[in-house]
Design a protein around this ligand. Structure first.
Ligand code: NAD
Length: 500
């Protein structure tokens, strides 16, 4: 057993004084009328902001403002809407450092992870700017003198509800696409990480987005329920944990809204004894420790097939060398840290052995009140136990030993979740079998975090997603628009057929 106790100085700049976070309605910052809460930085455990939660009355005001703005925006030519997104993209690039420090300060990510999240958001914004080339759909002469065409029409006011772990990237999966398609968008950021939303709203305004087209509403559960119940909102994108995703999908759909709700995950990596040691060690260690394990694409269960001892040693060495605060960030809350530590204790009681123990990291004085947990590797985890089945959402890798690939696939494909699955092997036949037989929306071959690059879309299956289509890419257009079919005839054709 190795004990993880590294600590190093971090370059993240925390705000000097607490930032006050309001709602952004009609292009102005206005205080939410509900109760106020502190925002705590995972790095220091200190208060770095205050946020007010919104009431049903605040939502009503936001929807009215958004609905008025949407009427004009929806009729604005798409080229003009795209021009705003081109400028927004430039603003994101220009302010990426400012954004990254803000993201890191409130979410606990490293600066490199925060920058990567913004870059992915920029990539989706670029996809949105390309919509001017595809949005008009197709037109065809379907019979003599008769044409049929597709038109995508905006829905009006739509909303997005986002989680704490990607304060910029996940919102940017939705906002640029929904707005470019002609909607007014109401964004409810995570109540734990609302501070980044201030910067994003300002960058959109600076890009020339008309007032009311992007609204930011702060709050938690009650605010979300008011959004789900409001008759003026047509469609909702949600990203968060599975229990909440299910509730949001059920309640929103019951009100006749279109809902796509992405949920949690328990991602499996299948490790074959023939895997390339460098690819496997780097890919698997990065996957379970990146974002301190707080990402829905993180490796969580390693299904080690046959004799993988040499590979497991390499993975353990890689993970134990990770410097906390520099290469790996902190957990979102003290409660999350205690919950995950208890899960590690429980796994040990259930017979797992600990290859790498991150429960008591040593940190310098400055960060000692932060929410730290170092990489932890559990071995001989029994299938069906908590560490093998539940989403822990921390830097914990559970190794389950299996004898055959069939056994590994049986475990993977019976997980209730279905976000990501990967295999590390040098055998193309094995890789192809995993691609075919694994139950996951996103599959990787020798890739620990198989996030598709745009325009390949993002989305899982099973209990990792409720609703149709994906949250990015071409199918996301169906979440934010209606597809109208227009059939036209201007004169009676000389020769007639069955559809004349
Ligand atoms: P969460 O479900 O607690 O919160 C998500 C959003 O819902 C937040 O805006 C929050 O304020 C709100 N919310 C929380 N509880 C609610 C309730 N009872 N009713 C209504 N709204 C509520 O998720 P989180 O802790 O912020 O984020 C982590 C989770 O998100 C993990 O499970 C992770 O796997 C998942 N996630 C999934 C994806 C994906 O693409 N599938 C991406 C990122 C995160």
């Amino acid at each position: 057993m190795t004990t993880q106790n590294t600590a190093s100085l971090n370059a993240v700049q925390l705000p000097q004084s607490p930032i006050s976070c309001s709602n952004f309605i009609g292009g102005k910052w206005v205080a939410a009328t509900g109760p106020q809460f502190d925002i705590i930085s995972p790095y220091s455990g200190r208060v770095i902001g205050r946020v007010g939660h919104s009431t049903a009355g605040d939502i009503d005001e936001a929807v009215r403002s958004a609905a008025t703005a949407a009427k004009v925006w929806g009729r604005t030519p798409i080229k003009e809407r795209c021009a705003v997104m081109f400028r927004f993209r430039q603003n994101l690039l220009r302010d990426i450092e400012l954004l990254s420090h803000r993201i890191s300060a409130e979410s606990g990510k490293t600066l490199a992870e925060a920058r990567a999240g913004v870059m992915k958001g920029i990539e989706v914004t670029e996809f949105a700017t390309s919509l001017q080339n595809i949005e008009s759909g197709g037109k065809m002469e379907v019979s003599r003198g008769v044409t049929c065409e597709y038109r995508r029409e905006p829905l009006g006011v739509v909303a997005g509800i986002t989680p704490f772990n990607f304060p910029a990237m996940v919102p940017l999966w939705m906002i640029p696409i929904a707005i470019t398609l002609g909607n007014a968008f109401i964004w409810k950021p995570s109540d734990k990480t609302p501070l980044t939303s201030i910067l994003i709203a300002e960058l959109m305004k600076e890009a020339g987005l008309p007032d009311g087209i992007l609204t930011v509403i702060q709050g938690g559960r009650e605010t979300v329920e008011a959004i789900l119940d409001h008759p003026g909102i047509s469609s909702i994108g949600f990203v968060g944990s599975t229990p909440v995703a299910r509730q949001v999908y059920t309640r929103g759909s019951a009100h006749g809204k279109r809902v796509l709700a992405l949920g949690g995950a328990k991602n499996h990596i299948i490790l074959m004894p023939d895997a390339d040691p460098d690819l496997a060690a780097r890919g698997i260690a990065d996957s379970f420790t990146g974002c301190a394990g707080q990402r829905c694409m993180a490796a969580s269960v390693l299904l080690a097939v046959g004799d993988c001892d040499a590979l497991l040693k390499e993975i353990t060495a890689k993970a134990s060398a990770i410097r906390l605060g520099e290469e790996m960030g902190a957990l979102i809350t003290q409660e999350a840290r205690e919950r995950i530590r208890s899960a590690i204790d429980a796994a040990q009681e259930n017979g797992a052995t600990i290859r790498l123990d991150g429960r008591t990291p040593q940190l310098g004085q400055e960060w000692s009140a932060g929410h730290w947990l170092a990489p932890t590797i559990l071995d001989q985890v029994k299938p069906g136990t908590q560490a093998a089945v539940e989403e822990l959402f921390g830097p914990v890798l559970s190794i389950v030993r299996v004898k055959t690939l069939s056994e590994a696939l049986a475990i993977q494909s019976t997980s209730p979740f279905g976000n990501a699955a990967s295999v590390f092997t040098r055998d193309g036949g094995v890789a192809e079998r995993v691609c075919r037989e694994s139950k996951a929306g996103m599959v990787g071959v020798n890739i620990g975090v198989p996030v598709p690059r745009e325009p390949f879309s993002f989305g899982g299956v099973a209990e990792s997603k409720f609703g149709q289509g994906d949250i990015t890419g071409p199918s996301s257009l169906d979440l934010w628009t209606d597809l109208k079919k227009v059939t036209t005839k201007w004169s009676v054709a000389s020769d007639q057929n069955w559809m004349s």
